[in-house]
Ligand binder design. Structure first.
Ligand code: PLP
Length: 398
């Protein structure tokens, strides 16, 4: 249950090595016949993570006093340092949370802003961020300016230019997704450099990034970053984190803790009180599982599967691929597309009911399409099956 967290795998694994990836897949307990292609919504934790949660709750019932102690020691002594290292943060910069939404609420409510201050964000942000920003804006007289980013993306430079043009002396914060809900990859490092140059705070919604590719927070150089670890990281449902760098902490307070002195600890920003210890502790098992494969191998496998999928989709008549074929502006795992003159968003139900294919609709930014999000345990056979079913759905439309 208290998994010793292994160091990252450095050996290169072939993304097409069928035996290796079949062995990895055998550690998952998805019902036979189902193809789970909706990893951007909720990841599918491997069996060891599920076992860790179950055993943890057993321990809580068998010996609560001991359980509380050992969970606390493991989370603080092993898990938090290992997560900090994995994200290349510094000690004292990671607060654990239940999900990205919780992290977003901390960020949006904790920033020191005055009436008249302006926030920049893009038109592609998630409702989990848009909603609390609207509340903060109404409550405190802060102005939110949404920078229009066209979908599909035109390119990194276009995003940079649009945001750069919108910055004026009233703008205090630049807020954006690392990877959008639909899997568009924003140029995070360049955006953070731009914000620094113009004296802005950067806060990033990383819900769709961690576990899909290497996220190095030191290299990104943002002030704040939040993520849901139950998506691509394959942690148990109800896990995430908030990163607040040391430079930011003296001017950032959460609802649970005031701004800290220099050299403080982001842990104080966490919601206080008793929490689901076995769920949080199982993050150690999830990180160990990930490290045994290696994040670079995971990213390469995701890229291989997504490239395969995107190429196959291009052969379907009337289909418009919204995701770019360029890796610069597309994330490794999520692909979105639509069909000329068809509301394909409503195919989600039939795909699941008729063919056990789990995808999501992509009903936003003017699209009525589909999102397919593949993780490393998916296979090219599952992708073929999904593409065939899409062709059948299209034939049915006439
Ligand atoms: C970009 C983005 N931000 C935030 C969230 C919210 O994540 P959660 O529900 O895990 O808090 C999501 C969920 O899909 C998302 O895609």
């Amino acid at each position: 249950m208290f998994t010793a967290i292994s160091g990252p795998q450095t050996c290169r694994i072939d993304p097409r090595d069928r035996d290796y990836w079949a062995e990895v897949r055998s550690r998952f307990i998805l019902e036979p016949g189902h193809a789970y292609l909706n990893n951007a919504a909720l990841g599918m934790p491997p069996k060891p993570v599920q076992d860790s949660v179950a055993e943890g709750f057993r321990l809580m019932s068998e010996n609560p006093s001991k359980a509380k102690r050992v969970f606390h020691d493991y989370i603080e002594g092993e898990l938090r340092p290992a997560m900090t290292g994995f994200l290349r943060a510094k000690t004292g910069e990671i607060a654990l949370a239940r999900n990205a939404t919780e992290g977003l609420y901390h960020i949006i409510n904790g920033l020191d802003l005055a009436p008249g201050d302006r926030i920049l964000m893009t038109t592609q942000e998630h409702p989990s961020a848009v909603r609390p920003w609207k509340v903060r804006s109404e409550r405190d007289g802060i102005e939110i300016r949404e920078v229009h980013i066209p979908s599909p993306l035109a390119g990194e430079d276009d995003i940079l230019e649009r945001i750069s043009e919108a910055i004026d002396e009233r703008v205090k914060v630049l807020f954006f997704c690392h990877v959008t809900r639909g899997g568009y990859l924003y140029p995070v490092k360049r955006l953070c450099a731009l914000a620094r140059e113009r004296g802005l705070i950067t806060a990033i919604d990383g819900a769709q990034a961690v576990g899909m590719m290497d996220v190095d927070l030191t290299e990104i150089d943002c002030d704040m970053y939040t993520n849901s670890l139950h998506k691509w990281f394959l942690g148990p449902a109800g896990t995430g984190f908030l990163y607040v760098n040391h430079a930011m902490q003296p001017s950032f307070s959460s609802l649970y803790a005031p701004a800290s002195e220099p050299g403080g600890d982001a842990r104080h920003y966490e919601i206080q009180g008793t929490y689901d210890l076995p769920v949080r502790a199982a993050l150690g098992t999830a990180l160990d599982f990930l490290n045994r494969i290696g994040i670079d191998n995971i990213e390469r496998r995701l890229r291989m599967l997504s490239d395969y999928l995107r190429k196959a989709l291009l052969d379907i008549p009337r289909l418009r691929l919204l995701t770019s074929l360029s890796h610069d502006i597309s994330s490794p795992g999520s692909t979105i597309f639509e069909f000329d003159g068809i509301n394909a968003a409503r195919w989600r139900g039939p795909l699941e009911e008729e063919a056990n294919l789990h995808v999501d609709d992509h009903d936003r930014d003017g699209h009525r399409g589909i999102r397919i999000s593949t993780h490393y345990y998916n296979t090219t056979d599952e992708i073929d099956r999904c593409v065939d079913k899409l062709k059948e759905m299209l034939r049915r439309e006439g």
